[in-house]
Structures are given as C-alpha cells and as structure tokens.
Design a protein around this ligand. Structure first.
Ligand SMILES: CCCCCCCC(=O)SCCNC(=O)CCNC(=O)[C@H](O)C(C)(C)COP(=O)(O)OP(=O)(O)OC[C@H]1O[C@@H](n2cnc3c(N)ncnc32)[C@H](O)[C@@H]1OP(=O)(O)O
Length: 199
C-alpha cells in the first residue's frame, strides 16, 4: 500500500463517497453520449434545460475546494474527477507504475485519434500520482510529449511511468502509452517538490 501526497483532503463516509463516484460515472457517460449523438434541435434544447435543472439542484450543496469530493477520492481509479480519464493501475510503487486506460468519444480529436491535448493530461495524471507517492507534494515544472502514432479511442491502452532520478527537490519521470505492441506516445517530465507555503 502506497500513500500519496495528493491523498484526499476530504474523506467522505463510504456511502457518500460511493454515491458521488456514481454521480461522476454518470457524468462521464453523459459526456460521451452528448459527444457521440446528433439529436434534433427540440431534443437538444429539452435536454439542455434538463441539465440546467440538474445543475441548479446541486447549487445548494456547493462547497469550497477543501471540501469537494471531485478529484479527492484517491481510492477510485478516476479519483472522482470527470476531467481526467480513468487510470486502472495494475502495479504501483513509489518508483514505477503500470496500468491501463481507455479513451472514449469525449476525448476524440479527429479521424479516430484522441485529441492531442488529452495525451499530456493523461501523462500529467500518471506522473503526478507517481511523483507524489510516498513523497511530499510536488508540481509539474515541465512535461514533454512525443506523439509517435495516433492514440486511438475505444481501445484499452497500456501506460507506464517510472521515476528516473531524484535530485534534491527535483523528480524526473518518464513514461509511455501503448496500443498493444505499438508505443503511441512517450513523455518525460520534471516535478518539483513544493516548499513550505507554495500553492
Ligand atoms: C492525484 C493528482 C495527480 C495530478 C497532479 C497534477 C500535477 C500538476 O499538474 S501541478 C499543475 C501544473 N504545474 C504548475 O502549475 C506549476 C507552476 N510552476 C510552479 O509552481 C513553480 O515554477 C515550481 C513549483 C514548479 C518550481 O518553482 P520553485 O519551487 O520556485 O522552484 P525553483 O527554485 O525555481 O526550481 C527548483 C529546481 O527546479 C528547476 N526547475 C524549475 N522549473 C523548471 C523547468 N521548467 N525546467 C527545468 N528545470 C526547472 C530549477 O532550475 C531548480 O533546479 P536546481 O535546484 O538544480 O537549481
């Protein structure tokens, strides 16, 4: 069991946490449904009104960042964060991670290829969790991505991440994303451990 510097600042009771994760799962599904359909105007307008009503229903439960569950539930593969693709870790230590993820229509760029901006998002998530495992909180100073081939949506992809070197506050990491035998993207990044008082 590893501990993360990004561990939840807010722990919900299990019922609340699980229910919130269901809510995020439904939101992910909605993002895909909206992206992959072409409803007639009256249907689109009716659904838009329903979604505004849903959002309004949540208004009374607004909280500040320290109390939000989104992004803070580290026990769930997507940490209840709808912006970031769900990472299913199969191996995880403070030095190395492996796992799988699947991008969906919501992440589409064009012609079956994932949006180019999604790939660094994925690497930042993989690397950020890795760099913060059993270490103090750190932030991405740089993140360099090499796009080797298009990254397909709708297929299970393998990811890796590895801490190559730690030099004082600097943590250098590398990683890859593969579709079967084909490496579709590689990345390297620097994370810097935050000093006291740094946001
Ligand atoms: C579960 C959650 C997972 C998701 C995690 C997601 C993580 C993120 O995305 S964080 C958000 C994106 N990143 C940011 O917003 C960071 C913005 N930048 C900053 O806050 C600062 O520039 C920060 C903290 C990175 C470094 O600033 P600071 O603490 O003052 O460090 P500083 O003293 O300048 O540099 C420390 C060392 O790093 C090096 N360094 C800093 N930035 C860079 C860079 N871009 N390139 C190369 N080296 C760098 C410096 O040269 C220095 O090296 P040395 O010690 O050898 O002299």
């Amino acid at each position: 069991m590893t501990s993360s510097a990004w561990a939840a600042q807010t722990l919900a009771d299990q019922e609340t946490g699980t229910a919130f994760e269901h809510l995020i799962g439904s939101l992910r599904g909605l993002q895909d449904s909206v992206t992959s359909t072409r409803p007639p105007a009256e249907v689109a307008l009716a659904i838009a009104a329903e979604l505004r009503a849903v959002a309004h229903r949540l208004d009374e439960f607004g909280v500040g960042e320290a109390d939000q569950l989104a992004g803070a539930q580290m026990d769930y593969p997507g940490r209840s964060q709808a912006c970031v693709p769900v990472l299913d870790h199969t191996a995880q230590s403070a030095d190395e991670v492996r796992g799988t993820l699947q991008l969906s229509r919501f992440h589409l760029g064009r012609n079956g290829a994932a949006h180019g901006g999604v790939i660094p998002l994925v690497f930042d998530e993989i690397f950020g969790r890795l760099a913060g495992t059993d270490r103090p909180r750190c932030r991405t100073a740089f993140l360099h991505v090499d796009y080797r081939e298009i990254t397909p949506i709708g297929r299970r992809l393998d990811f890796t991440g590895r801490v190559e070197r730690v030099d004082g506050r600097k943590i250098f990491v590398t990683g890859s994303l593969a579709d079967g035998d084909a490496v579709v993207a590689e990345a390297d990044a620097l994370f810097v451990v935050l000093r006291e008082g740094q946001p």
